[in-house]
Every structure is written in C-alpha cells, then in structure tokens.
Design a protein around this ligand. Structure first.
Ligand code: SAM
Length: 406
C-alpha cells in the first residue's frame, strides 16, 4: 500500500474508533439512567438495541477496513470505491441507517483532507477578490435567495464555516458567524461616548444588525433607519431572523429611501448619533461618502453628537484610498475625526475600520462603569477593547496623516 493510502486507512480507522467510543459512552449513560429509573424499560430497550447494533456495526466495519488496508495495493485510494465497499459492508450486516450517515460523514471528512486543488470542484464556491490577485472564498452549500433589485444584486447563501451570508453585488455584507464584531463596534463605541443619547439615525444597515444592537439600550427613544433597498430588508427578515429582530421593536422607524436625499431634508439638530452602515463607495452607496453628505450629517447632529462611518480596510490599495478620501472629507467638516479598528475575518484582509467624527466629543472620554452598569452582554466590545481599538499601528496612522480627497 502506498503512503497516501496508508494514511487514509489510518484516518478512517481513527475516526471509526472515535465513533465506537462515543457510541459506547452513550450506551453507558443510557444504562445508568435505566438503573436509576429515569428511563422506562420500553424506552431503554428500544434505544439500547439500536446502539448495540451500531456498536457491532462499527466493530465489523473496522474489521473490514483493516482487511481492505491489507489487500489494497493500488497507487491511489479511490474514494468512490471505498465508499461503495463501505455501503456493501453496511448492507451485508444490515446496519441502521443512522450509522450509514455517520460513517459517510467521517469518510467525507477524510476525503476533504485529501482533495487537492486539481481535484476540487470550485464551481459552487463564492470568491471575493480583494485585488485581481488575492481572493477570499468559501464553499456555497446552498443558494437560498437571489434577486436583482432596482439598485443591486442581493443574495443569501449557506456556508459551512460562516453560516448564512448576505451578499450585495457579490460582496460580503454580513455572515452569521462574524457580524457581531461589526455591529457591536458600530453601536457601543458611540453609545458609551454619548450615554444620554435618545435619538439615533442609521443610514443603510438593511441586514438589521445595527438596529437590533441599538435596541439593547433602554434609554433610546427613537431609532430611525433609512435604507434604500427594501429587497435587502426583506431578505434579512426571512433569512437572518435573529439579526433583524430589532425591526419589530416599536422604537424602530424604518424608512425605505435614499439616505443622501433623506439627510439633505432632515431637520437641524435632530439626532444624537448617526451611524452610516453603508455598502462600499460604488453604486447606491457612493453618495454616502461625499463631503456634501457629511455636511448634512453635521447639521442634523445635535450639539455633542457623534457620527460613525464604515471606513473600509487599510490593507489593499483600493480600499486604503477610499479610507483616505473619506477621512480627508470628514476632517474638513468635523473638528475631530479618528478611526478605530476591529478584526472581521470575512471583510477584506480581516482588518476593518470605522470612523468616529464629532465637533465636541472625544472617543476616549467615556465612563466604562456607566456602560458596564447597563449589563449588556457582548461578544467583542468591552470598554478595554474600545480604548485599544483607537490605538493604531503606524502604517494606518500614516495613511490617515497623508489623507487627501483626490
Ligand atoms: N456591514 C456591511 C458592510 O460594511 O459591508 C454593510 C451592510 S448593509 C447591508 C449596507 C446597506 O447600505 C445595504 O443594504 C444598501 O442597500 C444600503 N445603502 C447603500 N446605499 C444607500 C443609500 N444611498 N441610502 C440608504 N441605504 C443605502
């Protein structure tokens, strides 16, 4: 047997050994619960019989696999042939279907280790290009939703490692696994700095994650979200019910309209905090990165108000350029502007920035105890993370110092 085949058989053996031990543990606990009379005789008998059959089945599979490992002299292990021979063993021994499923899962896991690039079918993978030469990708297990709205292409796909993913024009907007980082940092940083805020405006944010996080603050009276695309909101409601549950809160007012237009007409000094939870500065999101828009935001903020904006990644030249452009504009409009960073694996480079702009507030001036007294359970934000996120590596502060609007 060649080395690769040997490793594959060894792995399969190990996986089945694990399965055997797990099943024995379940049987032990079943017997224990039967002894202590937690389980009736009937429930115990039914379950114990299935488990014993599965344990015997794994034992005979292990035996058959050992025999195959002795015989196999082919250069490469053929997974289809191996799977067929496992099928035969399962049928010959008349083993339960649940076991078939478990064993197939183990075989698939091993197959994945060994699939090399040439052998992998990438046709159902999603790739997001950071540059024409660097890519982030994941396997799409299921296409759940796709629609072309008047503004953009909206899709929801299921993945193994990141759960459901919302894509707009093929760019990752949120994933079930790491969305908390972005939403917690977008919301808790300004609300720690403005603990008396009552009125908050969200521009964009159609996945609902930002308003849901805002709803955790009992003192907020009015949470207005202005999202241009109803298709995004409906997809979020259907496929990300947890993330978008804030839309059901009576304090939330959802307006389907262009944020640029809304802001141009919004009354002066009407919000304590403005959160720009936008797409990138292309397509409908472009206007949300303009100087005119930032001037409107300043007018609409109450004295002591804070603006937070999605500020891209400092890593790749195109996004770094967008960061510099937005920073230059914000600096020309607000007295104070800084950026803070967070780590989100599915956004370009994983190193992501938000901007903080205000005429009178400084991001380090907040009362950690007051925030902690709210007892909001978070998974990323803490007052320490808040402070640390404004400590920028020199390559990022250099980018900001050299910002210009060209
Ligand atoms: N967290 C995400 C990110 O950084 O990639 C942003 C997510 S959120 C889904 C962005 C939303 O901004 C989209 O739903 C999009 O429709 C909305 N949007 C884009 N341009 C807009 C505009 N001019 N007015 C209001 N909403 C806008």
């Amino acid at each position: 047997m060649n080395e690769k085949s040997h490793v594959i058989f060894e792995l399969l053996h190990l996986e089945l050994d694990d399965l055997y031990e797990d099943l024995k543990l379940v049987l032990d606990s079943l017997e224990e619960r039967h002894r202590s009379q937690v389980l009736t005789d009937r429930v115990y008998e039914e379950n114990a019989a299935t488990l014993r059959a599965e344990i015997e089945g794994v034992k005979s599979l292990l035996h058959d696999i050992e025999a195959q490992a002795q015989q196999d002299s082919t250069a490469e292990v053929d997974f289809a042939a191996l799977s067929a021979s496992i099928d035969r063993t399962l049928t010959d021994h008349d083993l339960p279907r649940a076991l078939e499923h478990l064993v197939k899962k183990k075989l698939k896991k091993i197959q994945n280790y060994f699939q090399d690039r040439e052998g992998t079918d990438f046709s159902h993978w999603h790739f997001q290009y950071n540059t024409p030469h660097t890519v982030f990708g994941f396997e799409v297990i299921e296409n759940l939703f796709e629609a072309r709205s008047p503004f953009q292409k909206v899709a929801v796909v299921a993945t193994l490692d990141y759960g459901r993913v919302l894509l707009i024009d093929d760019l990752i907007m949120v994933t079930e696994k790491d969305a908390f980082v972005y939403h917690e940092m977008m919301v808790h940083v300004p609300l720690s700095v403005c603990p008396d805020a009552r009125d908050v405006l969200v521009i964009g944010g159609g996945d609902g994650g930002t308003v849901t996080e805002l709803c955790r603050y009992p003192q907020l009276q009015r949470i207005v979200e202005v999202e241009i695309d109803e298709v995004v909101v409906n997809a979020a409601r259907q496929y990300f019910p947890e993330l978008s549950r804030g839309y059901a809160d009576p304090r939330v007012e959802l307006l389907i309209e262009d944020g640029v237009r809304y802001m141009a007409q919004a009354p002066e000094a009407s919000f304590d905090v403005i959160l720009i939870d936008s797409t990138d500065p292309i397509g409908p999101g472009e206007g949300l990165f303009s100087q005119r828009f930032y001037q409107d935001c300043r007018r609409v903020l109450k004295p002591g108000g804070v603006l937070i904006n999605q500020s891209e990644s400092p890593y790749y030249p195109k996004q770094a350029r967008e960061l510099q452009r937005a920073a230059a504009k914000l600096r020309s409009v607000f007295k104070h502007h800084s950026v803070y960073q967070m780590f989100i694996p599915t956004y370009e480079s994983g190193h992501w920035l938000l901007g903080f702009a205000s005429d009178s507030r400084h991001p380090m001036e907040f009362d950690p105890e007051r925030w902690q007294n709210l007892a909001i359970k978070t998974h990323y934000y803490t007052p320490d993370v808040h402070r640390a996120s404004f400590a920028l590596p020199p390559f990022v502060s250099d980018l900001l110092e050299n910002s210009n609007d060209h």
